[in-house]
Design a binder for this molecule. Structure first.
Ligand code: OSB
Ligand code: MG
Length: 366
């Protein structure tokens, strides 16, 4: 497939409510979209880097820079979507930027051949069960109202963001109010240290599905030590940046569950390698989220339909994030989202919405 050029487009997407984690509060999503143009088709990729390097070292301006200067120029003139990863491998890091470019090339190529993302990846379901990630709130009554609303909408699993001091009380309150049957998990975004093990062990009594990324990104050995002291399974997010890191974490016993975010690991093909590895080792996986628009969501939902994704993901409906999505909205039905069936991602940006939210575009010819 010959690439004519690549567009980098920035869009500003206000969130329906502020999203607070242990690393900061988001009120809007500043998204970098990549559009690959070929003579036959075009393809879209969403870069999940946030505007500041607080969740990961990547950030949207940095991703645009590395795409423009190093990644787009490294694509061969005729590119096979399956070989994009290899063509970008000499550039270290920058997984989110690489993932967005690979996704756009894949989308263009699949649209040209008429195959859907899900079929290409090996999806075995036509819809996926959805969880929802609930930000840290100033008050427990507000948190309970929010959780109640999501349960009423049909979300099948609740994830509470936690941080030191805002952990035991919110979890206890949600259990007391909604009972032990609610699938409940927590996400610390690396806010604790191994010295907090006794406090984290107090979460054991709440029967959580998992605790996500309690310790720092590079603390695989300490996560293994923590895992030996907790009954609650440890799930890693930030620590898993590649299939090699996933293999190391499994070998060390750092986690028994992995959150797969395609952006964080460098793409959907690397995500599938992690899925295959985890499946072979009996490690459950689920699809994480980065507050994506419909573009990234379409691909995530396709990935989440692979057979090893045995836990509900952070693949929530469009309305969880945005009043108006850039694609036709993804809507929850009986706690599930449907996997798009059309060629490529099976969705595309709505031109009027896209124009309205665009803050900058840049065309990089080949
Ligand atoms: O740690 O999983 C995380 C959002 C942005 C950055 C990191 C995380 C999250 C979420 C939201 O938890 C997941 C989603 O609904 O997209
Ligand atoms: Mg997380």
């Amino acid at each position: 497939m010959k690439i004519t050029g690549v567009e980098l487009r920035r869009i500003a997407m206000p969130l329906v409510s502020p999203f607070r984690t242990s690393f900061g509060t988001e009120t809007a999503r500043d998204v970098l979209l990549v559009r690959v143009v070929t003579p036959e088709s075009e393809g879209w990729g969403e870069c999940v880097a946030m505007s500041e390097p607080l969740y990961s070292p990547e950030y949207a301006d940095g991703a645009a820079d590395v795409l423009r200067r190093f990644l787009i120029p490294a694509l061969p003139e005729h590119v096979d979507a399956r070989l994009v990863g290899a063509a970008l491998e000499h550039v270290k890091g920058h997984q989110m930027a690489k993932a967005a470019l690979e996704a756009a090339v894949l989308d263009a190529s699949l649209r040209a051949s008429g195959e859907s993302f899900g079929r290409f990846l090996g999806a075995e379901r036509d819809r996926v069960p959805c969880g929802v990630s609930v930000g840290i709130m100033d008050s427990i009554p507000r948190l309970l109202d929010t959780v109640e609303g999501y349960l009423a909408e049909g979300y099948v699993r609740i994830k509470l963001k936690i941080e030191p001091g805002r952990d035991l009380a919110p979890v206890r309150a949600v259990r007391e109010r909604f009972g032990d049957d609610v699938l409940l998990q927590v996400d610390a975004n690396a806010a604790y240290t191994l010295a907090d093990a006794p406090r984290l062990a107090r979460l054991d009594e709440f029967g959580l599905l998992l605790i996500e990324q309690p310790l720092a990104d590079d603390d695989l050995v300490q996560h293994a030590a923590l895992a030996r002291r907790l009954a609650t399974p440890i799930c890693l997010d930030e620590s898993i940046t590649s299939a090699a890191q996933a293999a190391a974490a499994i070998t060390l016993g750092s986690c028994s569950i992995i959150n797969i975010k395609p952006g964080r690991v460098g793409g959907y093909l690397e995500s599938r390698r992690i899925h295959d590895l985890c499946r072979a080792h009996g490690v459950a996986v689920w699809c994480g989220g980065m507050l994506e628009t419909g573009i990234g969501r379409a691909a995530n939902v396709a990935l989440a339909a692979l057979p090893g994704f045995t836990l509900p993901g952070d693949t929530s409906a469009s309305g969880r994030y945005f009043a108006t999505d850039v694609t036709e909205p993804f809507e929850l039905s009986d706690g599930h989202l449907e996997v798009p069936r059309g060629p490529g991602l099976g969705v595309e940006p709505l031109p009027e919405v896209l124009a309205e939210v665009t803050t900058a575009t840049e065309w990089i010819p080949r």
